[in-house]
Design a protein around this ligand. Sequence first.
Ligand code: GLU
Length: 466
Amino acid sequence: MNTPVVTRIAPSPTGYMHIGTARTALFNWLYARGRGGKFLLRIEDTDRERSTPEATAAILRGMEWLGLDIDGEAVSQFERADRHAEVAHKLLSEGKAYRCFASQDEIAAFREQARAEGKSTLYHSPWRDADESTFPDAPYVVRIKAPREGTTVIRDQVQGDVTIKNETLDDMILLRSDGTPVYMLAVVVDDYDMGITHVIRGDDHLNNAARQMLIYQAMGWPLPVYAHIPLIFGPDGKKLSKRHGATGVEEYQLMGYPASGMRNYLARLGWSHGDDEFFTDAQAQEWFDLGGIGRSPSRFDFKKLGNICGQQIAATEDAALLHELQEFLAAAGQATLDDIKKSLFTDAMPHLKERAKTYGELIEKAHFIMSSRPIVCDEKAAKSLDAVSRGILKELTPHLRNVSWERTELEQCLNTFAEEQGTKFGKLAAPLRAALAGRAATPSVFDMMLVIGRDESIARIEDAAA
Ligand code: GLU
């Protein structure tokens, strides 16, 4: 039987949650969830100066918003420092690591000389094979005994086989002179203890993999499967940064992008399944595979994000969408919908959710139910209410009083009326949008009239005509 898959996301809590971290988390989540495996979260908070509880909270919020549920509790790397040190001591006792008493100054002097002589600055400690009887009573670091010959091959599922000459690897420090473990050791020990079978992470960690493998090998632990994914670039082909727009997950939430759309878009960012652009979570989980991850960096495309988010909003069930909308309003610090508005939204939702790329756009389209008389026009809408249009609107209202309030009847009534006025319905639409919603971009005139009802529609049209 195959071992069950266990993946993880291991962010460092040093700021906001980057969109790249979200994408890496998503890939790990998809891989685990599609295989009945586990997806774990480890907070890499060993850097005490840069790690903050606020950043950890932002990561947890981001994961929750994105719907990337984790198994069990988040693990704090810092809290496991004793265990990391224990492993270093085990290697020490087995002769796979050694105490190095070289001082910072000695190493710096060595490097300087090597540079001057044009030689490799890779430090070879004289303490590697020193006899214990020669040990001074002085501070020391613990270094791993790295192999000096041969090669280390990272069998990467995305990058292919990456071969590193061992002569380029130094005897990496495992424990600092104050006894604290280094990050590289912590990652390996944590991944092993957490039972991680697949390490899917940014390719900025590819070089670390070779050095981390040395620790696995020294401990006799099985290696995880590695998949180092290319970073996300901006539309100009440079590493995604603030210059290109938002890079924080929370910013996307506040811009009103739906989490389902973010998942769908981020899944496509660097991974593909044939020509499929739009898919459900269930499909993504079923299809996601390491073989589908591309080797070159993907470019963040805001337009594509909008398109996919629009499709996801349209595909979301009305009740679920209303719930999401409330969550968005709350997260954005805006007033949530009261019962009356909720009921109006429920009636209007089928018309609102078409062609809205964000919740903000959806709310904008809902302006006709969110506002009450007298409807105030924005600048664009006001332009379509000139004297001629107002005159036409005035003549329209008696017709609306007699027609039965159903879509086909209404359509017929307005078309006939337009014809009588020697024009087309299209010409009537803009003043009607202005009268009913005070906006130029709205759901269809008929949809709005059906949602707000005859009396309210006529009243608004009369207001505008006056
Ligand atoms: N903490 C690292 C980061 O935030 C991730 C390390 C890993 O995935 O092995 O980039």
